[in-house]
Design a protein around this ligand. Sequence first.
Ligand code: ADP
Length: 455
Amino acid sequence: MKRKVFKCVFRTAMVFFLLCCLLFVLAFYRYSVKAYAAQLREEALCAAAALEAAGDSVLPDIGGMLTARVTWIAADGQVLYDSSGEADRMENHADREEVQEALLNGTGEGRRFSASTGETMVYAAVRLTDGTVLRVAAPPYGGAALLFNLFTPLLVALLLAGVLAGLLAMQVSRSVLRPIEELELSGTDERDVYPELRPLVRRINTQNRQIYRQMEGLKAEHERQDTLRREFTANVSHELKTPLTTISGSAELLRDGLVRPEDVPVFGGRIYDESQRLMTLVGDIIKLSRLESRLEMPDKHMVDLYELCDMILSHLEPVAKKQAVSLSLMGQPMSVFGAESTLYEMVYNLCDNAIKYNRPGGSVTVTLEQKDGRVCLTVADTGIGIPPEDVERIFERFYRVDKSHSRDVGGTGLGLSIVKHGASYHGVEVSVDSTVGEGTAMHLLFPPAVQRQEI
Ligand code: ADP
């Protein structure tokens, strides 16, 4: 940048200086031409004075003394003398403008191509008292002479122009770029810079504010994640502790022979149930952490959702029977792009909840339908429903509307968290419609077919 500004200013300054030099040379040339003409006139006057004083015998001496050509012309235009020595052969000069002017005014000047010398000449003529005219002629002041005279000063001027242009360019580039170099990227007051820089400073300040806001957002998100992680660890420890306490207590009583023989199966059953609960809990924690980290996720492909729902309902049939809940599947075969095992977990958890939080004699209906070109899966039950204030929170880890009821029905509090993370992995929107005492409907809205392939 500095180099560019330097080059640009240097070039401009050089052009400016060269133009100045050219103008100076032109002015000097005009001055020199005038001075040359004046000198010629002076020579003519001197020569005329000598001729008047000493007579025509001095003419050869004058001719020899002056570098100019000397011509003496009679009042009628006849050439009486010429320093070239060819006066006899020269034509009448009465029509020459300088001669006419000298005869009329006393002095005359002219400039034209001379047939006698074969080149352009400058003339100065003076009328003598006897009416004759003395004329001196010399080649005009030429460009070569000018260059010869001005060679050294021009060279010095050129060098000086170069140095001055360099200094100027350095000074300008420095002073132009200093405010830019001094710009504080962390924030500069707009009023401290020159107007042209203000839009840039404004943009930098806006970007800084954006970055600051993003950083604040990230920090808040980081803190939120940290709190969630801490809460999760605390919850997991608590959830693990409860069944472990039961297992350990029952095992201790059995070991110490403090259980009556007829109660042994009861204690054994308790240990078994709590171990099962522990296994389910650990399994859910593993599934959830895999989904959260998105590590080792199964590959996605087209999955027949209808077939998958059918399989899940048949797997849950024994549980539903125990609760006296009827299961049904509505709709028609529909495929979605996804990870089959994750989709299985999601739908399984929804159906499992619909059975768990149902009432005896109730029903669970899984419906598959198209909504605006998107696949929509609904799991509706006729169960206890969810209070509106809890609907937002049921997807949080370990959140349960009724902790003891969840525990009684074998819940871990992680089922809907797994649904939420699985949905986000598939770009699926989850929504809940629920009325306490009437039932709940959970909807999974899959992304449109084109997008589905890209997720
Ligand atoms: P849990 O293992 O306790 O079922 P979930 O994460 O699956 O954990 O569900 C969280 C809570 O949301 C449940 O404890 C329950 O209170 C409520 N819930 C989930 N599904 C339903 C439903 N279909 N009907 C009523 N309440 C439900």
